[in-house]
Ligand binder design. Sequence first.
Ligand SMILES: [Zn+2]
Length: 362
Amino acid sequence: MLLPAFVDLHLHIDKTFVVDEVGVVEGDLFAAIEIMAKHRDGWTADHIRPRMERAVREAYAGGCRALRTHLDWMRKDAPPSLAVFEALRDAWRGKLVMQCVSLTPLDFFDDAFDSEDLALEVATANNTCDKARGEAALLGAFVYRNERIYDKLQRVFDLASKNGLDIDFHVDEGLDADARGLRAIADLTIKNKMQGRVTCGHACSLAMQPDDDALQTLKLCAEALIHLVSLPSTNLYLQGAWHRTPVERGITRLREAREASVSVSLATDNVADGFYPYGSYEPLKAWALGVQVGHLSQPLDWLSSITSAPSKAMGLPWDGLIREGCSVQDLLLVNAGDARDLMNTPLIQRLSDVQNISLKSD
Ligand SMILES: [Zn+2]
């Protein structure tokens, strides 16, 4: 099969490959946040760099042409991972397009904190990007059942508007039906005229809400042109009970989202860290898992969730649809004849690396 190279819209390459140091979490998201927070305090650029380099190398080998990673950002000043990210982004320019997002608890966006300075730091990072290639730095936040959620979200929107930044939220990553951050973000995206500039990852609680309610939220998301990202591996691992077999699985409403005309991606999220001890940088695996747990019965129809949909969300110069004029370097020759083969870790080669191949226009 000839496929467009993949786009992984949601990664955490600053945290990756630390699972042997922090241990395997046996518990929910908040247990994982706790063990990772203790570990993160000791991170230096020298600790982060080899792990991030490995992640980028593996993403490229996994067929990626672009990725977006969140970087834990717990103070107004940029974390050491930003400089490492920027050096890697520059080194890989021409092969991979890389974007980063500041990941900060939403409560930081309270008047008592220095969120103005934080946004300025992100804007400075955004200014170092080659925009024509699709590079960007975005403002982000972790949103879950926060008090005064509208006020704090509005602050994020204000800072994003003021600094010309797009936004990427972690939102409603849990199974409490009253986690309604996605609805608030959709409301505020419309109110602040930020349509098409907001990405929302996870939205697990949407699956726990009554159908009518959830569909109403998705309708608003469609109006707000919010891009929804589902992260099946981490959700399967962290959501649902740990004291018995988990029954609720935390996958957001992929099918209903598409039916409501919400653009949807599947992405990798955590790899070998305190949140998810397994995984790899292979978008095909995120797609294959999403297809199975979401009962997406036409798998090839959902390949757009790792190709054209995230391309559009990242604002890449090429939308990922194969047509005359595509860069050969961004096309993959995959040793697969159908969806089943694609799910079984096929050999992936860049078309530009394949010798003795002749392409016909049909
Ligand atoms: Zn994430």
